[in-house]
Design a protein around this ligand. Structure first.
Ligand SMILES: [Zn+2]
Length: 291
């Protein structure tokens, strides 16, 4: 068996771009430190809206192909070399925004059987043996069906992996503390006249905002701010970046966070007030070898 890096991090996301927006700095930091960083993306995002006018002709499978290339470029920016599409590229179709007829497409991820999809993720877990899993909260951060489903599949896979003898030491959900979001939006309102965006998003548009008391962990990604911004820019069909802000296809400006926040929902919390390392307290991380 080939030797795996001592620290192994798995992130489960819905579409290409979600990983860079939510965890770009975290991924770059752990990759730079020699940890195994594995990204599993569940769909190609082929129902996403395209921002640049010159690329708006892309839709369906062609957009999916294009977004896979964007994802590859983003991972290059983050220094991450292990990216997988759940079940292979195109196995699960993008479900579109909540409430659209796209949600009823039998091929879409929202319609997928959770156990079937989770079994595919367990295969990855058995191979990579991550100690730490990062995914969305039960609302998927903001209610997109693919994000909700990614949460369900990831949590179910965590259970199935434990039953299969590959338990995850820790599971985290992506979060943003309310105080940080509020302060960032206050700054955004001041900075707006100098930005290429006409309007600010609302605080409610930011996925995963919760009261500060629920934050267990913060990863200072300041040193990886440029890598995160580059990764987000690589998703040019979806994101427009003007540091330290960005906008999605709705063209509403929102803060680009380079410190990333998490809520530990399974596993034992490391020492201290707030963890500053996702692997805090994980024994195997210091042993230098996979089991
Ligand atoms: Zn998404």
């Amino acid at each position: 068996m080939t030797e795996l890096p001592a620290r192994r991090l798995l992130l489960v996301h819905a579409h290409p771009d979600d990983e860079s927006i939510n965890n770009g700095a975290t991924m770059a930091k752990y990759a730079a430190e020699g940890a195994q960083v594995t990204l599993v993306t569940c769909t190609l995002g082929e129902r996403g809206e395209v921002i640049p006018p010159e690329l708006r002709h892309l839709s369906g499978a062609a957009l999916g192909q294009h977004r896979m290339r964007e994802l590859t470029e983003a991972m290059r920016a983050l220094g991450v070399d292990d990216v997988r599409l759940l079940g292979g590229p195109g196995r699960f179709a993008d479900s579109g925004m909540m409430g659209l007829p796209d949600n009823d497409d039998p091929a879409c991820f929202w319609q997928a059987d959770v156990d079937t999809a989770a079994a595919l993720l367990v295969e990855v877990i058995r191979e990579v043996r991550p100690q730490v899993l990062v995914t969305y909260d039960p609302d998927g951060g903001y209610g997109h069906p693919d994000h909700i489903q990614a949460h369900r599949v990831a949590m179910r896979a965590a259970d199935l992996a434990a039953e299969a003898g590959c338990p995850l030491a820790k599971v985290y959900w992506n979060r943003v503390p309310r105080s940080i979001a509020e302060a960032s939006f206050a700054r955004l309102h001041e900075d707006l006249p100098g930005l290429p965006f006409a309007k600010p998003a609302a605080l409610d548009d930011v996925p995963g905002v919760v009261d500060d008391t629920r934050i267990t962990t913060e990863i200072d990604g300041t040193a990886y701010a440029a890598a995160k911004a580059a990764a987000m820019r690589a998703h040019a069909t979806q994101i427009e970046v003007a540091e330290p802000y960005f906008a999605l296809s709705n063209e509403l400006a929102q803060p680009l966070f380079t410190t990333e926040y998490y809520e530990l929902v399974r596993g034992e919390r490391g020492p201290g007030d707030r963890e500053t390392d996702l692997f805090a307290g994980v024994a195997a991380a210091t042993e230098g070898k996979a089991p």
